[in-house]
Write a protein that binds this ligand. Structure first.
Ligand SMILES: Cc1cc2nc3c(=O)[nH]c(=O)nc-3n(C[C@H](O)[C@H](O)[C@H](O)COP(=O)(O)OP(=O)(O)OC[C@H]3O[C@@H](n4cnc5c(N)ncnc54)[C@H](O)[C@@H]3O)c2cc1C
Ligand SMILES: *[C@@H]1O[C@H](CO)[C@@H](O)[C@H](O)[C@H]1NC(C)=O
Ligand SMILES: *[C@@H]1O[C@H](CO)[C@@H](O)[C@H](O)[C@H]1NC(C)=O
Ligand SMILES: *[C@@H]1O[C@H](CO)[C@@H](O)[C@H](O)[C@H]1NC(C)=O
Ligand SMILES: *[C@@H]1O[C@H](CO)[C@@H](O)[C@H](O)[C@H]1NC(C)=O
Ligand SMILES: *[C@@H]1O[C@H](CO)[C@@H](O)[C@H](O)[C@H]1NC(C)=O
Ligand SMILES: *[C@@H]1O[C@H](CO)[C@@H](O)[C@H](O)[C@H]1NC(C)=O
Ligand SMILES: *[C@@H]1O[C@H](CO)[C@@H](O)[C@H](O)[C@H]1NC(C)=O
Ligand SMILES: *[C@@H]1O[C@H](CO)[C@@H](O)[C@H](O)[C@H]1NC(C)=O
Length: 679
């Protein structure tokens, strides 16, 4: 329904515009909505962006604000326009999900030894917008303590000042337009917010659902009843405690707000931005090194399928890798940049031996406790199929009642827990890190030590999440936020089309199962606290049979699943600690390649990953723009900081010379496209 209407409206407005414009402008208007094809891709671009997900589209949109900068985005998936019914109405994420379809990479982990030998599904968006096209739309900021701890790990990097809470906070705000909840939703849900803590003029809509259920309003009072304070202003770096989170939805039409709807769809025509879908990046091509010995990327190779023709596009300035926590290390390794042992075994020639690529993988783990519901849930409303259930406001309901819980609440004896972590670490570091590289092991230790510090601070070790989207039942999940277990991703073939191997090594560190166990006990305590206890009937899962610490740990091993927040596989850390990028997001050993997405956060956050990734991508765009800013001629030597040497990226006049010819071809192709769509 949505997509057809949207399509017809789009086509109608295009046709209307056509009559009023010259042929040249007509092609420009089409270019805002029609993507390039393999045959209309130009020979070269200033920047080639590998991956059109959250970060890739933010960066593409920002870089092409300068009409002189040309950008090509290569995205392995489709546009998503054919599945607007699943993407646009928020309710689609629960009942009409793209998870498990061709819009999902459908990754699966290796069997997890400490999780009952299970393989665990890891969905990831394979579509423009990436995982933001299929995610749960929770929009949650990390805490200032965590973001500062990440900055603290960059001590030896003279660009560390680009990061830290103040900068990331400003960058997240830059991406947002915040709309407060309606008074009715605010009251019913007991929602806490401070509009000043959000942005007011950015591309991404951040708001609350247009419909709220009273059981959500029970959330913060029930938490308070068990001693967990409410976070009055969770977006300002103090996310500790209970709250009903903001969500990434557009309240003007109650649709999902994601990187494509925010940063690409509303753009005026931009002839300097090309987006090619169904284009999997198979490798970065290098051609020589600069005098410091750093390899220079000269182009990017891509293909539609494993057996399809490989095409190449030249890059004048830089390659920006934005394939996400799995896609980015995959692209680097297939380009010969990664751990030598992994590349040798996969048959990929080594360009740069960078042992940290794919390492330091951290993920949030979640487990549910389920009760019968005594009240109407969002799942009941959906199942009723009533006219009310089909209203846009009703369909915008998203579970977003959460809480971040610290060690003092989880443990009677925090000191004992701390001692336990230290012991386990001291005796088994080699078995905890699947790498022979001393750099990677040092990185593990650095991350471990930063994580340990959170135990004595007001940082959420566990997240609690209320979910009411099933009929007849209510679920509260506990989710591990600061894993001590680190895993890795690696390639085991030379084809970029073979799936990357994912081994998160869940529960390889025993502290993780202990923290989760205490989280599950807290969930049960919450379930028996008024007022939410009045909405809950009998516990149906795991049920009273699972009660001792040992029972809970065994049950957890058989049930835990990902909260969909993998990160750190291209960590921003010193090279001596298995880092992959420096604070300027530049890959060590490469002259003109950056990674700029959720794979670079070296340290887990108590947050869902989209908000910090929007902030990271906005910052990346600023860093890149500054690096290529024309030198400002002035008698003041303290001009804007340029973190890299702009001279290495010479503008290629040829790209512009060929451009107008390409425009003409495009207009013809695009027209043909429209006619096919109408038919
Ligand atoms: C089911 C699910 C639910 C989630 N729920 C939430 C939530 O409620 N709130 C929240 O904040 N976060 C949530 N997340 C996480 C969040 O969406 C991601 O952390 C975020 O999108 C990461 O952004 P990214 O740019 O790093 O990667 P992505 O957004 O995943 O983008 C990577 C892009 O690169 C493309 N790509 C990969 N490899 C290649 C290649 N070789 N060639 C070309 N293209 C390639 C992919 O197709 C994809 O489009 C969820 C994720 C999932 C999967
Ligand atoms: C674009 O380049 C042209 C020619 O080099 C120059 O005159 C113009 O000022 C540039 N525009 C911007 C916005 O940099
Ligand atoms: C929702 O509204 C925005 C404008 O705020 C528009 O760009 C977008 O296309 C609309 N979405 C749908 C699915 O109609
Ligand atoms: C850099 O290039 C030179 C000349 O092509 C070559 O001799 C040298 O081995 C290269 N250095 C590295 C580190 O790749
Ligand atoms: C663990 O090792 C650190 C040094 O790496 C040491 O300071 C600490 O005392 C050790 N802890 C235990 C419990 O052995
Ligand atoms: C953890 O939270 C409680 C309130 O829930 C607070 O009293 C305590 O100081 C916090 N602990 C730390 C270490 O910050
Ligand atoms: C790569 O690993 C996967 C998952 O473990 C496995 O299914 C596949 O057979 C492996 N491929 C090769 C070539 O070893
Ligand atoms: C080579 O590239 C690296 C990374 O961009 C850069 O730091 C270095 O200054 C470059 N060397 C030269 C001589 O340009
Ligand atoms: C140099 O800078 C000073 C102070 O900013 C300014 O007053 C002066 O006009 C500048 N001179 C030139 C030549 O730009």
């Amino acid at each position: 329904m949505w997509s057809n209407k949207l399509l017809l409206t789009t086509i109608a407005s295009l046709l209307l515009q056509t009559n009023a414009h010259t042929p040249y402008q007509y092609s420009q208007a089409l270019r805002a909505r029609i993507y390039v094809t393999q045959s209309t891709v130009a020979d070269s671009y200033d920047f080639v962006i590998a991956g059109g997900g959250l970060a890739g589209l933010v960066i593409a949109s920002r870089l092409t604000e300068d009409p002189n900068t040309t950008v090509l985005v290569l995205e392995a998936g489709a546009t998503g326009d054919a599945v607007g019914d699943s993407i646009n109405p928020p309710v689609g994420t629960y009942y009409n999900s793209l998870v498990g379809t061709s819009y999902d990479w459908q990754h699966v982990t290796t069997p997890q030894q400490n999780a009952a030998g299970r393989t665990i599904r890891w969905p990831r968006g394979k579509v423009l917008g990436g995982s933001t096209a299929i995610n749960g739309m929770y929009y949650v900021r990390p805490s200032d303590i965590e973001v500062e701890a990440w900055k603290g790990m960059l001590n030896s990097d003279n660009a560390a000042g680009l990061w830290g809470w103040d900068n990331l906070y400003a960058a997240m705000k830059k991406s947002e337009t915040f709309t407060p909840p309606t008074p009715d939703v605010e009251t019913t849900g007991n929602i806490q917010f401070n509009a000043q803590s959000y942005g007011a003029a950015g591309p991404l809509h951040v708001s609350y659902p247009g419909f709220m259920l009273s059981v959500v309003g029970n959330w913060t009072p029930s938490l308070e009843a068990i001693g967990i304070a409410t976070a009055a202003d969770p977006a300002n770096g103090k996310n500790f405690g209970g709250f009903v989170s903001a969500v990434s939805i557009n309240p003007t039409n109650w649709t999902r707000a994601y990187s494509k709807s925010a940063y690409i769809d509303p753009l005026p025509p931009r002839s300097n931005l090309d987006i090619l879908v169904s284009a999997t990046v198979t490798r970065i091509i290098f051609n020589g090194n600069n005098t410091s010995g750093d390899q220079i990327a000269s182009g990017v190779e891509f293909a539609t399928s494993a057996t399809g023709t490989k095409n190449t596009v030249k890059v004048n300035k830089e390659v920006i890798v934005t394939g996400g926590a799995l896609g980015s290390p995959n692209v680097l390794m297939h380009s010969g940049v990664g751990p030598k042992d992994v590349l040798d075994a996969a048959g990929v020639p080594v360009v740069v031996n960078l042992p940290g690529v794919g390492q330091h993988l951290q993920d949030h783990l979640a487990a549910p406790v389920v009760w019968q519901s005594k009240v109407e849930t969002a799942g009941d409303i959906h199942a009723s199929n009533s006219a009310f259930s089909k209203q846009a406001q009703t369909m915008s309901f998203i579970n977003s009642a959460i809480a971040y819980i610290n060690a003092s609440t989880l443990f009677d004896n925090v000191a004992e827990f701390e001692a336990g972590i230290a012991n386990a670490f001291n005796t088994s570091v080699q078995s905890l890190v699947h790498s022979q590289s001393s750099e990677v092991i040092d990185g593990y230790k650095a991350i471990y030590s930063a994580t340990q510090n959170f135990v004595t601070q007001g940082v959420g070790l566990i997240e609690l999440l209320l979910s009411i989207n099933a009929p007849g039942s209510i679920t509260i999940q506990a989710a591990l936020q600061h894993p001590y277990s680190q895993g890795r991703v690696y390639i085991n073939s030379s084809s970029a089309f073979d799936p990357i191997v994912i081994d998160p090594q869940y529960f390889s560190h025993p502290a993780d199962v202990v923290v989760m166990r205490e989280g599950i006990k807290l969930v049960r305590q919450l379930g028996s606290a008024a007022p939410i206890s009045n909405a809950l009937g009998a516990e149906t899962f795991p049920g009273p049979g699972v009660s001792s610490d040992q029972d809970i740990e065994t049950w957890l091993a058989g049930i835990v699943s990902t909260e969909f927040h993998p990160q750190a596989t291209c960590s921003m850390l010193p090279r001596s600690q298995g880092g992959v990028v420096n604070a300027n997001l530049q890959v060590y050993g490469l002259a003109n390649v950056r990674v700029a997405d959720s794979s670079v956060f070296p340290l887990s956050f108590s947050a869902h990953l989209a908000a910090p990734t929007y902030g990271l991508a906005e910052t990346a765009a600023e860093i890149i723009k500054n690096a290529y800013k024309a030198p400002i001629i002035s008698n003041n030597t303290a001009g804007p900081a340029s973190q890299t040497n702009p001279s290495k990226g010479k503008n290629n006049a040829l790209a512009f010379a060929t451009w107008s010819k390409k425009e003409t071809i495009l207009a013809t192709i695009a027209l043909a496209g429209i006619i096919m769509l109408v038919c």
